[in-house]
Ligand binder design. Structure first.
Ligand SMILES: O=C(O)C(=O)Cc1ccccc1
Length: 216
């Protein structure tokens, strides 16, 4: 096993994964554990494989648009598969965020002033109606996380991000529109994982994830 006291998650702070990790382990984790935000889902897997982190929390599947591809691919590729030691469902409420100057520009010239929408790839399929109605011609640029997308808009004048309300505070950007997800009951299931160690018993949770991965 590892001596690490780190709990890694897909960061930066303000992601839905950040929400998941605090929902599962508490605002401050017990037992001298510490949270560490990592840049990508792949970095989270590496962190448990190499023992840098004791636990990782990653998004797994969404109630509106299904599998989180990066996580599925990595789970299917990794042998032996990490142990799934817990899971938690987060209600995902999306906001359109932008720098104050961008909001001013939209007020003056309309929504055509927005040329770019940044977000995590999982988001596009959850906000189809809003994006088609408001920013049909803007380029959708996929980045590593929603909170990172929010930080990108801080210094741009023609870009918005779709992210959480927590990301708005952390990136110091403003809300242009609230609750833009197609389905008001939009949930993502996050997995809490540890490195699999020889002899560890596979649990019902492991088996439920296996079934989803294999589509049965
Ligand atoms: O980018 C994030 O905030 C994540 O945690 C991934 C994600 C993106 C969209 C819905 C749920 C999780």
């Amino acid at each position: 096993m590892t001596n690490s006291k780190l709990i890694a998650y897909l960061g930066p702070p303000g992601t839905y994964c950040h929400q998941a990790v605090t929902q599962y382990f508490g605002k401050t984790p017990a037992g001298h554990y510490e949270y560490v935000p990592l840049n990508t889902i792949a970095d989270c897997f590496t962190a448990i494989q190499d023992g840098t982190a004791a636990y990782v929390v990653v998004p797994f599947a969404n109630s509106s648009n299904g599998p989180v591809k990066f996580t599925y691919d990595l789970l299917l590729k990794m042998s032996p598969r990490p142990s799934i030691v817990g899971d938690t469902n987060v209600k995902v409420v999306h906001y359109v965020l932008a720098a104050p100057a961008t909001l001013q520009k939209i007020t003056q010239s309309g929504e055509d002033a927005v040329h770019t929408v940044y977000s995590h790839p999982q988001v596009w399929g959850q906000c189809t109606r809003y994006l088609t109605a408001h920013f049909p011609n803007a380029a959708r640029i996929s980045v590593d996380s929603t909170a990172y997308a929010a930080t990108l808009t801080a210094n741009e004048r023609n870009a918005v991000a779709i992210a959480s309300i927590a990301a708005a505070d952390i990136a110091d950007v403003q809300v242009y529109a609230a609750e833009v997800q197609d389905n008001q009951d939009n949930y993502t299931r996050f997995l809490v994982m540890q490195r699999y160690v020889e002899g560890m018993e596979r649990t019902e949770l492991d088996r439920s994830v296996d079934r989803e991965l294999l589509g049965s």
